[in-house]
Design a binder for this molecule. Sequence first.
Ligand SMILES: Cc1ncc(COP(=O)(O)O)c(C=O)c1O
Ligand SMILES: N[C@@H](CCOP(=O)(O)O)C(=O)O
Length: 521
Amino acid sequence: MASSCSSLSSFNWTHQNSLHRHRRSSVTPRNDRHVIISSVKTADGNGNVTSPTNDNIRDEEARRNRSTSSAVSPFSARYVPFNAPAESTESYSLDEIVYRSKSGGLLDVEHDLEALKHYDGAYWRKLFDSRVGKTKWPYGSGVWSKKEWVLPQIHDDDIVSTFEGNSNLFWAERFGKKFLQMNDLWVKHCGISHTGSFKDLGMTVLVSQVNRLRKMNKPVVGVGCASTGDTSAALSAYCASAGIPSIVILPANKISMAQLVQPIANGAFVLSIDTDFDGCMKLIKEITSELPIYLANSLNSLRLEGQKTAAIEILQQFNWEVPDWVIVPGGNLGNIYAFYKGFKMCKELGLVDRIPRLVCAQAANANPLYLHYKAGWKDFKPVKASSTFASAIQIGDPVSIDRAVYALRNCDGIVEEATEEELMDAMAQADSTGMFVCPHTGVALTALFKLRNQGVIAPTDRTVVVSTAHGLKFSQSKIDYHSKAIPDMACRFSNPPVEVNADFGAVMDVLKGYLGNKALN
Ligand SMILES: Cc1ncc(COP(=O)(O)O)c(C=O)c1O
Ligand SMILES: N[C@@H](CCOP(=O)(O)O)C(=O)O
């Protein structure tokens, strides 16, 4: 049986004595014994315990787990109906295949917070910090470095990970100063990742659990999703790495070529369907209720357990100081809730004393949440999403609408929208200061521009913009913008190449003209 005792026991043992004093209760987790046992091995310069054999990092951890196989995790998690009334007793094991509550509502993964509270905030901060930047399986992953808060009961050997997470929290110094008069602006580059988007954070959790279910002989022949590009890329990569079949349903001609080729290259079974994302989502829900195909979209609350670690990571990267604002582009609306949940857990477990205000940013062409917010959260109505350069969030009927509303209402959150011109300009402005962001990040940056102009976000507010995908996946939109090939768009920040004859004089003339317009510094 999986043991997160071993996960606690096997972290840098030299920290254990100093961490011990942080434990709140007199309960002694059974793993402490194993800490002592493992400590007889030699420790490398980083305090990692090393094996005398030539095991790879997965084998090394499996061997360690075998030696602690009698240990049972003191932590646990289960599915419960999302936002259930206190008197609800409905719950499911994470080893069940279930996506909806009895009433048809969303589910949530509920952790045993009382067990986690046996350790105080300082303990968790130090434990998580001790795992960053190491190769130790599976903690080298930014997701699995928080394993006790994610999937505490999974066996380390069942985990399918690319050491995702630990993404760059980039100080957007020049962008902040030049365009916003801000000096504490940060971009969390979740898109600089294994498959180029934040979806890796959730997919490692979901595919790991599928790996476990298949080893338990549960009826899972493959894993499937509907996608606007990034979920399918992540699903196919993680499944390919574990040897699990993946099936992806894509809206024909509505995702970028770079995104389309990802599942193809990773060996997924790709269905290109003449509908939009909402149509694909409807199909995959029907398919997964008929066939032994496990649903990988964020309707499945397992995904959000991985995605929430990006919020924890932001706090960690600020040395556990809480930013004032976090701005997240929203489509199917799982991620905004995942951020809320990550921040909320850190507050509940004493790692920080407050949570940031969240802003969810939508494309004006696909803005059901924005309209709902403007209507005072009354009577949600899905919309027919129109085409947008932010194609991964072209979603009119988001599955996680209830989760998003809950998150935003509980953090005094805001919803903003961006027109096509605004999002493309914002993306180009960010790129002109050295970034290379995706159009969805352009949507989030537009929200920031608007809230700064309205005086809602102050120049000194510490603000994080979540960048959700790698800009290289969306090169064609940048090519269109910089060649001013977009109808009815001024493309104010375009920077097209200058065509010059292969002639020294002609080149010099052009260069002198260019340099003449520049100040010496
Ligand atoms: C690049 C990118 N940004 C933002 C989002 C929005 O995330 P969510 O669907 O969780 O709201 C998605 C997917 O929907 C995406 O692929
Ligand atoms: N942008 C997503 C849309 C589906 O979102 P999910 O989080 O519910 O899987 C994608 O890339 O497919």
